[in-house]
Structures are given as structure tokens and as C-alpha cells.
Write a protein that binds this ligand. Structure first.
Ligand code: IPM
Ligand code: MG
Length: 323
């Protein structure tokens, strides 16, 4: 009999296992010094899973992940898998986990730690003290909406297409997370879309605006995504919480990562409506440096801090790790 929390560990590919090894040392430290214990199980995902089981995520690994209280994820992908069918690519394993666990809220904080100000390619005064939160919708939008496909046309040429689609409930639930986060931070939400061109963006703006009436203390502004990309490198400290859809969040969070000096610095939490979560560094599998002991494990380590805070309400232990 054990009342320990159940933790799924999925190291994945490339530098995933390297950074995961460092986080596992942290779990030992938590047990020893904070009396926080996890029962961990490890499962394959991504290219590793494809190599061993012929699929980037087995049904068993998925159902085991659904049983756990949280998932620690490394990274997936690599050039070795470039020519695989779309459905067998390592990334599908990650996307299936996000979808099946209903992890719609992806929190990607970008924080510049004082000793690392010089690590950024931007001027120190632009990034010094930066602390912003990018909230990315993670289970909808162009990543998942149908129809999508590559079809052959009558003249023999092909068309490739994806659909960007957001429903009112989808926008509302991510919007609520944004406003609630802002209330615990600096009371500012910037909602990002492309409402001048995309109808899904028009609806996004409308729903977020209506929702903001329930949060009179939070200042809301809207920004088009191209401008948001520019503002992020021009004056990132103007932001507090940025809320945006799946694709724009993917892109803007990589920009935000570079403000901090390295994508190896950015942790993330992906949460469902019960705060069950998957925690992963924003960086990918970095095949160019994998196996060379060069990978920066800070993003993975900070992901554990996020797990303690968001899934298990253990702020003290979470801060201890950050410190
Ligand atoms: C990320 C990654 C993934 C994404 C890839 C690996 C599918 O870039 O988590 O940002 O696009 O969501
Ligand atoms: Mg990305």
C-alpha cells in the first residue's frame, strides 16, 4: 500500500534522456530532503517507441499515462525519423498525449535569471528582470482541426491543407486560465490572434473580450500576432500574460525562449481542467548535440518545479528548486 503520487517518466529521444537523468536526481533529492515521494514508471515515446514497438506511443503507454498523477516528458524527434509516414512520426506521440489527456492549457514562462542577463542576444536593459507567461492553447486550432490532408487534384497536381478552428468553449476555457493567471501576477492579459485576416481570430477576439467583463481588475489588450512577434523582441517587458492559439503559441514561445538566452531555459506545464499535467522542457530533442553531454537541463529541472506547483500545490518545494 502506498499513497505516493504516481509519476510517468517519458525520456523520449535525443537529449530527452540526458536532461531527464538530471531531473530524476532531483526526485531523489525531494524524497531525501523534502519527504516528497513519487512512484515512477517509465515508458517509451517518440522515435524510441517507434524503434521498439513500431508506433510513437503504444496504447499501454497512453493508458498508463492516463492513470498517473503527472507526466514528466523529455523530447521527441530526430532526423532518423524524417521519412516516416506522418502518423508514425515521433511528434505524433506527443500530440496524442496532449489530446488524450485533454491538456489544453500550456504554460510557458520566460524568466531571465539575473546571473544570465548576458546570455541573451538582446541588450541587457531589454531583458533584465523579464518575467512573462505565454499561455498557449494546446489541444485545438490548426494542430488538430479537420479537414486536413494532401489530395490529388484532377490535373494531377496536389493540394495540402489544414484547418484552423476554435469554438467558443475552447476559447473561453483558455481565456479563463489566462485571466486567473494574470490575477496572481501583474493583472495584464495580451490576447494574440490574426483577426485582420482570419475569422477564427475574429471569434477569438470577441470571446476573450466578452470574458474580460468578468475580470474587471485585469487589463486586457489585443495584439495581432505579427506585431506580437515584433514587440516580443522590441520590448518584452511590456507583457505579463500572453494568451494565444496553438500555432501562434508554438512560434511565440520559441521567440520568448531566446529572450532568456537559450531555449534550454524554458520549462512548460500542460494542464487539463483538474490541473493534471504533463511537464516538459520547451526545447526539442536537439539531435545535433545529443550524446555529447552538452544539453542544458535547466528547462527540464524547472519543469519539475512547475509540476510541484501546479499539479501538487507544493509551492515551497517548487521555490526551493527554482532557488
Ligand atoms: C513544442 C514543439 C512541438 C509543437 C512539436 C515537437 C510537435 O515544437 O512543444 O513547442 O509544435 O507543439
Ligand atoms: Mg515548439
Amino acid at each position: 500500500m502506498s499513497s505516493n503520487r504516481k509519476l510517468m517518466v517519458m525520456p523520449g529521444d535525443g537529449i530527452g534522456p540526458e536532461v531527464m537523468n538530471e531531473t530524476l536526481r532531483l526526485l531523489d533529492w525531494l524524497a531525501k530532503y523534502k519527504n516528497i515521494n513519487f512512484d515512477t514508471i517509465e515508458r517509451d515515446v517518440g522515435g524510441k517507441s517507434y524503434d521498439l514497438h513500431g508506433t510513437p506511443l503504444t496504447d499501454e503507454a497512453l493508458s498508463d499515462a492516463l492513470e498517473c498523477d503527472a507526466v514528466l516528458f523529455g523530447a521527441v524527434g530526430g532526423p532518423k525519423y524524417d521519412d516516416l509516414d506522418f502518423e508514425l512520426k515521433p511528434e505524433r506521440g506527443l500530440l496524442t498525449l496532449r489530446k488524450e489527456l485533454d491538456l489544453f492549457a500550456n504554460l510557458r514562462p520566460a524568466i531571465v535569471f539575473p546571473p544570465l542577463v548576458e546570455a541573451s542576444t538582446l541588450k541587457p536593459e531589454v531583458v533584465e528582470g523579464l518575467d512573462i507567461m505565454i499561455l498557449r492553447e494546446l489541444t485545438g486550432g490548426v494542430y488538430f482541426a479537420e479537414p486536413r490532408g494532401i489530395d490529388i487534384m484532377p490535373d494531377g497536381s496536389k493540394k495540402g491543407y489544414d484547418t484552423n478552428l476554435y469554438t467558443t468553449p475552447e476559447i473561453e476555457r483558455i481565456g479563463r486560465v489566462a485571466f486567473d493567471l494574470a490575477k496572481k501576477r501583474n493583472n495584464k492579459v495580451t490576447s494574440v490572434e490574426k483577426a485582420n485576416v482570419m475569422l477564427s481570430g475574429v471569434l477569438w477576439r470577441e470571446v476573450i473580450s466578452e470574458l474580460s467583463e468578468e475580470y474587471p481588475d485585469v487589463e486586457l489588450s489585443h495584439m495581432l500576432v505579427d506585431n506580437a512577434a515584433m514587440q516580443l523582441v522590441r520590448d518584452p517587458k511590456q507583457f505579463d500574460v500572453i494568451v494565444t492559439g496553438n500555432l501562434f503559441g508554438d512560434i511565440l514561445s520559441d521567440i520568448a525562449a531566446m529572450l532568456t538566452g537559450s531555449i534550454g531555459m524554458l520549462p512548460s506545464a500542460s494542464l487539463n481542467s483538474d490541473n493534471k499535467g504533463m511537464y516538459e522542457p520547451v526545447h526539442g530533442s536537439a539531435p545535433d548535440i545529443s550524446g555529447k553531454e552538452l544539453a542544458n537541463p535547466i528547462a527540464a529541472i524547472l519543469s519539475v518545479a512547475m509540476m510541484l506547483k501546479y499539479s501538487f500545490n507544493m509551492s515551497e518545494a517548487s521555490s526551493a528548486i527554482e532557488n
